[in-house]
Structures are given as structure tokens and as C-alpha cells.
Design a protein around this ligand. Sequence first.
Ligand SMILES: [Zn+2]
Length: 237
Amino acid sequence: MGKFKIYPLLVGVNIRDRSQLAYQLDPGTKSESPMICWYLTDGKRKVMVDTGGDPPDGVRHMPYTQTEDQLPDRALLKMGVDPKEIDTVILTHLHWDHANNNHLFPNAKFYVQKKELQYCVAPVTGHEKIYDLNIIFKTKYEIVDEDAQIAEGISVTLTPGHTDGSQTVLVDTDEGLYAIVGDLFNLYVCWESKPKIINGLHTSVQTCYDSYAKIEKLNATLLPGHDFRVFEKKRYP
Ligand SMILES: [Zn+2]
């Protein structure tokens, strides 16, 4: 059995103010933003990180498109992967654009942080609409508390800031450690800027920077939450 490979899946595109993607960056400028799920396999285990947003209905959520090919189950089938074979789903956090398609994976166990389940019912003011509680609580979760190993070669660590219970997924690969950071930061520019820029949607500035310090110590290749650049490669590594 080999080490894990990571495949980014494009599961929709929404239009957002740049300053919401990256705090105080280009306010008033709209930009397209990809919605991303990740498929991980070592040849045996079949793992999803996040499940994406449910199809747009023109009423809820931000302006958003999702073609048929961008439905997460279709995107997987196109790669020759049957969604029924997904054994594990790890949710970086429970925002609607990351966690609303759990029903597409009927045979998976769903891993989420305890703090995220607590936070989603009482988030900071203004962030309530980002959670679809009626969808979230249809899933039975395996609850993780801070650090946990999910499979051989995959572990999670709590990295709050965007939400109180956001987690980063650490993946052991042939080219070292990769870290899928969820929306801890959305764009590579956030991490590459000096000083680093945090997510425009956050619970506390300091908490974001504390989580940045935590992931910086990992010496991992970081994969952000909403950057088209991740699709420059079909597979990592
Ligand atoms: Zn989010």
C-alpha cells in the first residue's frame, strides 16, 4: 500500500468580495472563488475532505453556480471513483459550502471537531447564515477533540480562527506532509503576504494568527480553501 495522493475537485464557483476572502484586501472588488473538495487515496482507503455546497437554488447563499460535472458525486465518478466506496469524510468545518453534501456518501464515517459542532449553533453575530443547521444535523458524526489520527497517514489538528472548530487535515505523502487547511486561509496570497493576511470571515484576529503559527511549525505543503491555483495540479504530490 502506497502513501496518500490528494486530488482537488472543483464543486462550484461563487462570487465574493475579495475582502471577504482575504481580510481588508481590495474591498469592493468582486472575484470568482472556487468551492473545493479533496479526494484522498492510498490505493485502498478512499477519503473525502469536505463535501461542498448543495446545488444553488437562487435564494440561499451568495451568487453561486454549480454545473452537473461539479456535483461532488459526479466529479468523483468522472475520476472512476464510486461515491459509495468513500469510507471516510473529514469536514474541515461545517459551513454550507464545505459540508452540505454528506448524503452523497452513504457508507462513510464523518469526522468533525467537537468545538465545531458546539460553535455552529451559536456562531459570532452575522455568521449564522453560513451554517445550514437543518442539513448539518442530519449526519451522525464521529467527534474529534483537537488532535486525532483518522487513518494511517491522515490526522487532524484543531486550527480555529475562521470558525472555533475548524480543523486542518494532515496527509503523509511521498513528498512529505501536506496540510489541507480548510478556510483558515482562502488564498495563497494570504499566506505569502508579509505580514500574512487572515480570512475576511473570522472569529478573532489573534486566534487566526495563533493557528498560522501552529501550521507554520508543521513544515507542510499547505493547500488553501478557495484558490483556483490549487487546480494547476491534478494531483498532489
Ligand atoms: Zn468557511
